[in-house]
Design a protein around this ligand. Sequence first.
Ligand code: KG4
Ligand code: ZN
Length: 349
Amino acid sequence: MALFLALETSCDETAAAVFDDDLNIRANVVASQTDLHARFGGVVPEVAARAHLQRLLPVIDEALRQAQVSLRDISAIAVMNTPGLVGSLLMGVSAAKMLAVALEVPLLAVNHIEAHVYACRIAAGRDIFPAIGLVVSGGHTVLFHCRAPLDFEILGATLDDAAGEAFDKAASMLNLGFPGGPQIEKEAASGNAKAFRFPRAFLHEPRLDFSFSGLKTALLYTIRDLGYQPGSDIPPALRADLAASFQQAVIDVLVAKCGQALDQTGLTRLCVGGGVAANKALRQAMQGMCESRGAELFVPPMSLCTDNAAMAAMAVERYRLGQFAPLDLDAVPTYRPRRAAPVGVQQAS
Ligand code: KG4
Ligand code: ZN
């Protein structure tokens, strides 16, 4: 049985995982840097890269300890080399190369965004492709047609803010702290989602793209119109209504676009991954939409939704095919995916 050590340092979590070629996760260790960045209201790239440097070796040690294996048992090193903050990515990529050279084992590269979808495959414990895949994280909102484990094509993406980023900015306007997603969810639980009618971009259009900047601006203007300064204290009942109405607007578009993607492709499986997939109201709404279409929903447990190294078990697929990464593997900050032709348009061959 092949054993893999995987590293993840693309943003502000330093993570290491150990798994085998049957996709059993033996250890999944994440050191969050949230405390370091909270006072800035967002991730500071320089601070993140330095923190990775300090935490990477203890996190690797802990993963090996939890898995009860030593470095000598490892058959290959996996690393997420794209996309992310370049300084942060470099920490994981450099460490992974060093380990691969020292242990004389292959290096495997994994795309962080695609791995968020693959987390659904790991959690399901069985083959789930072809499927529609939605990744909703702090940096990305992407809808995929996943034909096979290593064959993902983009159907749509956000034109501006990512869904998680919108949650974080809304939380900051409502003075709820960082990261915003969990705070908004908590606040929304006691609010009225119909109290304010916020915009839902492209809701009834067939295109499968997203836009959250208009929603963000609408929240800003609503807070001002109510006579408050964004970021200042707002009475709790009003704040809960604003959070609930905001969250509902995000959920409505995410659910509608997934429904359209299922209808347009005729697929009957939906995978939702990324930090925002931790949102229980979103999960419930997705479940309802899937049930109404007779489709199956796959959402990973929390530990595989937010950033982690276990989702790099996607590397097992590459290992099986002998798709090893070269030792001059780059850390690539931007995501340059393959995009499907819009509905009704023939792809040029
Ligand atoms: O996938 P992730 O851990 O990191 C990135 O790759 O970006 O996603 C982090 C994002 C943050 O924007 C955070 O606010 C959001 O996921 N998030 C949530 C929830 N938990 C985390 N958003 C909505 N509801 C949640 N419960
Ligand atoms: Zn992520």
